[in-house]
Design a protein around this ligand. Structure first.
Ligand code: SAH
Length: 223
C-alpha cells in the first residue's frame, strides 16, 4: 500500500519525472500549457501502490485496488484540455465523477477554482484524500456517493467530468450543468466514445472526441 510518509514522497525526483511525462504528452498532441504545467508539477507516484511506483510516469493506466485503475496520463490530460476548451474557459466549479486515485482530481484542482469529486468506494476516497492533502491542495470537496446522481446541493457546475464508462448519459448530470456548461463523459459498455455534451438552455449539443476504455460507471450500491 501507499506509505505513511506521504509528505516525504511528494517532492524530490518526481519533479523531473513529471516534466518528462508532460513532454511525452505534448509529443502525443496535448497542447494546453496550463494542463501541461499541472502534469509536470504532479507527483503521480503517490497516487499508485508503492510496488508500481517505477511505472508511475509511464503513459499507461495502472491498478489501484478494488478492481479500479488510475487513468492513463494522456486521457487525464486530454479530458482536462476539454474542460478548459479551446478558448480557455474560466471554470469556477467542476464536478468529477469517479475520484479513484485522486490523480485526475489533483490536475483539475490546479486548472480550475473549485473541484467537487464523488466516489462510490470509500477506501479509495480515503486514500485519495490523503494524497491530495499531501499535495497541499485545498480547493477540493469530496463525497462518498453515487455519481449517477451528481451532487445536487452543489450544482450547477461549469463543467462535469466522468472518469468511468457510462452505459448511458445520466440525466441528473445534464440537469446540473450551467447554461453553456460542458459534460465530458465516456459513453458505452466495453469500450466507450468520449463525448462532450454542451448545454444551451434546455437543449444539448453533442460532440464525439475519440474511442476510450474506462472501468464502468456502476449505478447504485456504495462500497
Ligand atoms: N480518475 C480516476 C479514475 C478511477 S477509475 C483516476 O485516474 O484514478 C473510475 C472510478 O469511478 C473508480 O474509482 C470507481 O469506483 C468510480 N465509480 C464507478 N461507478 C461510480 C459511481 N456510480 N459513482 C461514483 N464513482 C463511481
Amino acid at each position: 500500500m501507499i506509505s505513511n510518509s506521504m509528505n516525504s514522497r511528494v517532492g524530490g525526483k518526481s519533479k523531473r519525472s513529471g516534466e518528462l511525462l508532460a513532454q511525452k504528452l505534448q509529443a502525443e498532441g496535448i497542447t494546453n500549457p496550463i494542463v501541461l504545467r499541472a502534469i509536470a508539477n504532479s507527483p503521480r507516484h503517490i497516487f499508485i501502490p508503492e510496488i508500481l511506483a517505477h511505472k508511475a510516469y509511464d503513459n499507461t493506466a495502472l491498478p489501484i485496488g478494488q478492481g479500479q485503475t488510475i487513468s492513463q496520463p494522456y486521457i487525464v490530460a486530454k479530458m482536462s484540455e476539454l474542460v478548459l476548451g479551446e478558448h480557455g474557459n474560466k471554470i469556477n466549479s467542476i464536478l468529477e465523477i469517479g475520484t479513484g486515485s485522486g490523480y485526475q482530481t489533483s490536475i483539475l484542482a490546479q486548472i480550475t477554482d473549485k473541484v467537487y469529486s464523488v466516489e462510490r468506494i470509500k477506501s479509495l476516497q480515503f486514500q485519495a484524500k490523503r494524497c491530495l492533502r499531501a499535495m497541499d491542495l485545498h480547493n477540493i470537496s469530496m463525497k462518498h456517493g453515487d455519481g449517477w446522481q451528481g451532487w445536487v446541493s452543489k450544482a450547477p457546475f461549469d463543467a462535469i467530468i466522468v472518469t468511468a464508462g457510462a452505459a448511458s448519459v445520466p440525466e441528473a448530470l445534464l440537469a446540473q450543468l450551467v447554461d453553456g456548461g460542458r459534460l465530458i463523459i465516456p459513453v458505452g459498455e466495453e469500450t466507450q466514445i468520449l463525448k462532450i455534451i454542451t448545454r444551451h438552455g434546455d437543449s444539448y449539443n453533442e460532440q464525439q472526441v475519440e474511442a476510450v476504455r474506462f472501468v464502468p460507471l456502476i449505478p447504485g450500491d456504495l462500497l
